[in-house]
Design a protein around this ligand. Structure first.
Ligand SMILES: O=C(O)CCC(=O)C(=O)O
Ligand SMILES: [Fe+2]
Length: 336
């Protein structure tokens, strides 16, 4: 993985940038704010921009962590019990702005109509009652490795995190597709459209607040993907250094396709051996290449007392036009 340690001058420059613009960016998800953030991002320190650009161009490992920024814990207040509770601006508005600026250097932030009620910036926090789910809001269960939104053809190219606090060091896990040593025949099978990836549970109606009639179609599309999933390839792109699309917990193969089953099992075993811990600390901004690395999270014991781990998360696409048919208007960033 790659790490950029910010120096005092860079931290000072980023702090000043946020001081100057936080009020102007009272909301971060309007089309105007997204447009302006893309341009403001060019005022981030030079090394930050160079690292993010190298990461975008695949010159780095596929995991980039920018560290050293200080999060004012008092301003943040307690970790929310649920992402739904936040109505006005987040107490982590400053970190959200920085996350959006950095993300804008990778591509265009976007969101899903079917995830966290269509919000652009997600809260990743442990939620009481979700302890054992395969959701970012679980805690006691291992969140098994996956590429983000693997089931969806419009999944993001990159995934950005800002760690606000992680007092007990709960570990994110990451694994590189580049590190996989797979037999040639397995690799070839994984390149074929013989695999089923069903939607993960964060996109289901039961994990969103769906007002009557609103976004109904979006959830129906997810249900259709649940009932009639396409057959897709797990590996794609360059045969020597393939991209990866997988979420084994939600995957299957067609009845009787033992070769595909074996290939998937072999991939899971190889990645289980290659995956490693990346424990995010307060002030870390972490970027994952969603084509080249998988990620998950180790089990931990949540406290549910306002002191729990708290991350912010944003999806980023390298090509907003790909999703035009799934967005209601040019200016809407939410994909159905
Ligand atoms: O909690 C984490 O470290 C990662 C959870 C996750 O998979 C996600 O937020 O996409
Ligand atoms: Fe994830």
């Amino acid at each position: 993985m790659d790490r950029l340690e910010l120096d005092e001058t860079e931290i000072g420059a980023m702090t000043e940038l946020v001081d100057e613009f936080e009020e102007e960016f009272a909301t971060l998800d309007s089309e105007e704010a997204l447009h302006r953030a893309t341009v403001l991002a060019h005022q981030l320190p030079n090394r930050v921009r160079l690292h993010l650009n190298a990461f975008r161009l695949e010159q780095l490992s596929g995991v980039l962590c920018i560290s050293g920024y200080q999060v004012d814990q008092d301003r943040l207040g307690p970790t929310p019990a649920h992402w739904r509770g936040q109505t006005g601006p987040s107490p982590a508005h400053r970190e959200e702005l920085l996350l959006m600026l950095c993300s804008s250097l990778l591509g265009d932030p976007f969101c899903w109509a079917t995830q966290q009620d269509g919000r652009m910036i997600h809260d990743i926090i442990p939620i009481q009652g979700h302890e054992h789910e395969q959701l970012g809001s679980s805690s006691e269960a291992l969140l098994t490795w996956h590429t983000e939104d693997a089931f969806h053809p419009l999944r993001g190219d990159f995934l950005s995190f800002a760690c606000l606090r992680n007092p007990y060091g709960a570990a994110t896990t990451v694994g590189y597709a580049d590190d996989l040593k797979l037999p040639q025949d397995v690799r070839e099978t994984l390149f074929e459209e013989r695999f089923i990836i069903r939607p993960d549970e964060s996109h289901l109606g039961k994990n969103n607040t769906v007002p009557d009639g609103e976004r109904l179609e979006s959830f129906e599309d997810i249900e259709e993907m649940q009932r009639n999933p396409d057959l897709v390839a797990v590996l794609f792109g360059n045969p020597e250094q393939p991209y990866l699309r997988a979420d084994p917990y939600f995957m299957s193969v067609e009845d009787g396709d033992d070769e595909a089953r074996f290939a998937l099992d072999t991939l899971v075993k190889a990645m289980d051996e290659a995956i490693f811990d990346l424990t995010l600390a307060s002030g870390d901004f972490c970027f994952l290449d969603n084509f080249r690395v998988v990620h998950g999270r180790k089990p931990f014991r949540a406290r549910h007392d306002g002191t729990d781990r708290w991350l912010k998360r944003v999806n980023v696409t390298g090509d907003l036009r790909k999703s035009r048919a799934a967005r209601d208007a040019r200016a809407v960033r939410a994909s159905r």
